[in-house]
Design a protein around this ligand. Structure first.
Ligand code: HEM
Length: 395
């Protein structure tokens, strides 16, 4: 078998007490830097940050043909995710501009307004399940704002995203449910695109008009390219933020001394958010092997899937002192939660702004809060996410 390990673990369906996924991936990483997971069709798992970086930066061998480890030949297309260099950057270029730091700074006042509104909706209740109130609503409002879409569409997008969660399991019923929601999102953007092509809006504020007027190789994007891009942005920005926000607020509820430090010095919040992104990293990615290769002693075959276990890499003790601890003033903090290649998350600036604003506005409105259950909170794997987060506070 060589010196790599073989493990059978269903990383997606694995429901376990909050935090235990991280302990388990730390344990597995120490046992096997790389292992072959026999789950589904079988795939390699890279657990070290150095290996994840190395594979990410070698697209000739590790292709983006599929980015879901359990789905080597997807029937759908994420764009620009599924395109390898050099074509990739052509699809990515308009997104880089739209989601650049200066543009995100333009959205920020509206994001703050949304965060205030979303907390105000629950503050008088004295309790909430964070995941289904703030966690659902705020990322959708941010997304709609960033796309130049009306906030009235929030309920539609919340319902779609709920139907899509758990889809990385590869179970037929999850895939079917996901494809239904996917179809609804694609139908929405297809109609939106047709409307904007007929009656353009301001391309500085309306993303669909902007994309319809962008070019690739001197001509327009095809309608299919644009719809695939819009669907990818929708999926990439909602569920991820819900999971990440929930981990931030979970940590601040569970560790009052860290919450107190942020209340005493709110200028620490961006640094703390960076540490939450690292220590509670949520999304693994995958690549497909294009040719037989020996990767650090592992005989990878053409067609094999390789999981880039980003949550394991973000907590790699070869890169961070006390990697398994949450140190809210950790500096420097060069984690790879947003990836480590040309495909690095295009929404990272928006995501960071969103998380910082959410924590700031939450703490202003609800400075003291606690977890409102004695039962263990549960999380699921795949995209590591809390299944609920009941909170309470004095009103
Ligand atoms: C905390 C929230 C988020 C996390 C943890 C996250 C994480 C990631 C990761 C790990 C990748 C893949 C990197 C790679 O394969 O090398 C990625 C790609 C991507 N993300 Fe995010 N993301 C988040 C928020 C967002 C948001 C808000 C948007 C939308 C604006 C977004 C849109 C995308 C897109 C379009 C890609 C594909 C980029 C490409 O292939 O060139 N993400 N994200």
């Amino acid at each position: 078998m060589g010196d790599y390990g073989t493990v059978e673990v269903d990383l997606s369906l694995n429901v376990a007490p909050a935090g235990s996924h991280y302990l388990e991936i730390d344990r597995l990483r120490e046992e096997h830097e790389i292992y072959w997971n026999t789950y589904a069709q079988g795939y390699w798992v890279l657990n070290r940050a150095a290996h994840v970086r190395e594979a990410s930066q070698n697209p000739e061998v590790f292709s983006n043909h599929s980015i879901v480890a359990t789905d080597p030949d997807p029937a759908y297309r994420f764009l620009p995710s599924f395109v390898d260099p050099p074509q990739h950057m052509k699809y990515r270029f308009p997104l880089n501009r739209w989601f650049s730091p200066p543009n995100v700074a333009k959205f920020s006042p509206a994001l703050r307004e949304s965060a205030r509104l979303t907390v105000a909706e629950i503050v008088a209740d004295g309790e909430t399940d964070f995941t289904t109130t703030f966690g659902d609503r705020f990322p959708v409002r941010v997304f709609l704002t960033s796309m130049g879409q009306p906030l009235e569409l929030a309920d539609f997008f919340v319902s779609c995203v709920r139907r899509m969660s758990g889809a990385t399991s590869g179970r037929p019923e999850d895939v079917e449910r996901m494809m239904g929601a996917w179809g609804d999102i694609a139908a929405f953007w297809t109609k939106e695109l047709a409307d904007r092509q007929a009656s353009p809006l301001d391309p500085d504020t309306d993303f669909v008009t902007y994309l319809a007027q962008s070019t690739i190789d001197g001509g327009p994007f095809t309608d299919q390219d644009m719809v695939d891009t819009l669907v990818t942005l929708t999926l990439g920005s909602l569920d991820t933020l819900k999971s990440m926000l929930s981990w931030c607020i979970y940590h601040l509820a569970k560790f009052p001394e860290d919450r107190r430090r942020l209340l005493d010095d709110p200028s620490m919040i961006p640094t703390a958010v960076e540490e939450f992104l690292r220590a509670y990293s949520i999304v693994p990615m995958a690549r497909k092997v294009t040719q037989d290769v020996d990767f650090h002693g592992c005989p990878m075959k053409k067609g094999d899937m390789v999981m880039l276990n980003i949550p394991a890499a973000a907590r790699d003790p070869h890169e961070f002192v006390d990697a398994d601890k949450v140190i809210i003033d950790r500096k420097p903090n060069r984690h790879i939660t947003f990836g480590a290649s040309e495909h690095r998350c295009v929404g990272s600036h928006l995501a960071r702004a969103e998380l910082v604003i959410a924590v700031e506005e939450w703490l202003k409105a609800i400075p003291d809060f606690h977890i409102a259950t004695d039962e263990p909170l549960m999380a699921h794997g795949g995209q590591i996410s809390l299944m609920s987060l009941p909170l309470a506070w004095d009103v």
